[in-house]
Design a protein around this ligand. Structure first.
Ligand SMILES: *Cc1c(COP(=O)(O)O)cnc(C)c1O
Length: 427
């Protein structure tokens, strides 16, 4: 039997001769576009690249309006502000997500209510949402996590029944589709991130999508120091509508504008995205079919209402009882050594997350004692999130899905190799 790489054996993949596909992906197109921006001297402020990208991304997501901003955190903060959510309001968010989904709620002085997720998709549990609704609830922020899609049918039904807004956190879902509708086109606002790890990236950046003209106007103003929409910055909107004064400023806000360099890269990246998503989908399907045959390994559930897949990372579930009780940390370390790429846990549940620490800025956030208690993450019980994080989650970078079928076979055989020798790893 081949010795395990973690015990000094030969790794399943020799990444010095056979590296994984690189991320991010770029080429001459990006180079040319960046030089064009440089030489134009128009480096920011509603420039031609930003306007073009907004138009292209609105088309791509099947929404009427798309607006660029600095990242996929501010997108949610501005969406909450545009929807009039703040002091005294509650917003329901999943306990398993990047900290920003909840932190932005605190940034508008509202209270994030953390609820549990479904064990087969790791996305927000609609039954848990219903249980958490109070007269103060104003919005839900579902996250389409990793490769999965939040159950938008159930979520939109709940929102309608209780008159709540829905902000879709689509930081993992550029191009994903639910019953033929793109992520970011189903709720009131879609929030996208272009941070380097995401599968459409400009290093940093974000977009807000909506079909509502009033909301689009507010979002445009909020990202641009409260100015009324100018020039072509808000494609298709009826300019001049709104309750602002003649001075052009109608909302207090800051500067959350993107640069032309980022927009230039996004235009080129968006051209590559459909094919990249299709490659990741084909490889993900193939890999999941093989993984589900392995003892102790289960793929995340693919909902049949998900008509187009978009992967951020590749995640699956591990059950140590099938691996002679090999602790998941050891499994991940052994797999990492075999395949030469970081093998991680999922996000830390937000009721115990090192980066979600609402009580560290009292000067800004301590409205009163009641609010202070309300934003204490420890008061929320998230047993499914905790179990996934502590015992089940195995996550790989989505670039593994940019390779070949042989690359997928290799991941499977590496897991098999660990399975066959879990005894040795235990000792
Ligand atoms: C990355 C991410 C964000 C935040 O996006 P940034 O652009 O990094 O601010 C929000 N939500 C989720 C689920 C993310 O993965």
């Amino acid at each position: 039997m081949q010795k395990l790489a973690i015990q000094g054996g030969k790794p399943s993949r020799d990444i010095s001769s056979n590296p994984w596909p690189k991320w991010p992906v770029w080429g001459k197109e990006e180079e040319t576009a960046l030089i064009e921006v440089l030489n134009s001297g128009v480096w920011s402020y509603n420039g031609p690249k930003e306007v073009e990208f907004n138009k292209l991304f609105a088309e791509y997501t099947g929404t009427k309006y798309s607006l660029c901003t600095v990242n996929g955190t501010i997108t949610m903060q501005l969406a909450l502000e545009a929807l009039g959510i703040g002091v005294g309001d509650e917003v329901i968010v999943p306990g398993l997500t990047w900290q920003a989904t909840a932190a932005t709620v605190i940034d508008v002085n509202a209270t994030p209510i953390l609820v549990d997720v479904l064990e087969d998709t790791w996305c927000i549990d609609p039954a848990a949402i219903e249980k958490a609704i109070t007269p103060k609830t104003k919005a839900i922020i579902p996250v389409h996590l990793y490769g999965a899609f939040a159950d938008m049918d159930a979520i939109m039904d709940i929102a309608k029944k209780h008159n709540l807004y829905v902000i879709e956190d689509c930081a993992h879902k550029h191009g994903g589709e639910w019953k033929g509708k793109k992520a970011g086109s189903i709720g009131d606002v879609g929030s996208f991130s272009y941070q380097l790890s995401k599968h459409l990236t400009a290093g940093e950046g974000g977009s807000m999508t909506t079909n509502n003209a009033d909301l689009a106007e507010k979002l445009d103003a909020l990202r641009n120091v409260g100015r009324r929409p100018e020039g072509d910055s808000l494609i298709g909107a009826d300019k001049g509508i709104g309750d602002y004064g003649d001075d052009g400023n109608f909302i207090q806000s800051g500067n959350f504008r993107i640069t032309e360099f980022q927009a230039a890269i996004l235009i080129e990246g968006l051209k590559r995205l459909p094919e990249q998503n299709a490659t990741r989908d084909a490889n993900g399907e193939y890999l999941n079919e093989l993984l589900k045959e392995l003892p102790g390994i289960s793929p995340l559930k693919r909902d049949e209402r998900e008509t187009k897949k978009a992967y951020f990372n590749f995640a699956f579930r591990y059950d140590k009882s099938e691996f002679k009780n090999l602790p998941i940390e050891k499994f991940r370390a052994a797999l990492e050594a075999e395949i030469g790429i970081i093998v991680d846990a999922c996000y830390e549940p937000l009721n115990n997350c090192s980066l979600y620490v609402p009580h560290t800025k009292p000067a800004r956030h301590k409205l009163n004692e009641t609010y202070w208690e309300g934003v204490n993450p420890k008061r929320f019980s998230l047993p499914v999130c905790e179990r996934i994080f502590e015992k089940e989650s195995v996550c790989l970078h989505h670039k593994v899905l940019m390779g070949t079928k042989a690359d997928m076979d290799l991941i499977v055989s590496a897991i098999q190799k660990i399975y066959n020798q879990s005894d040795e790893l235990m000792s």
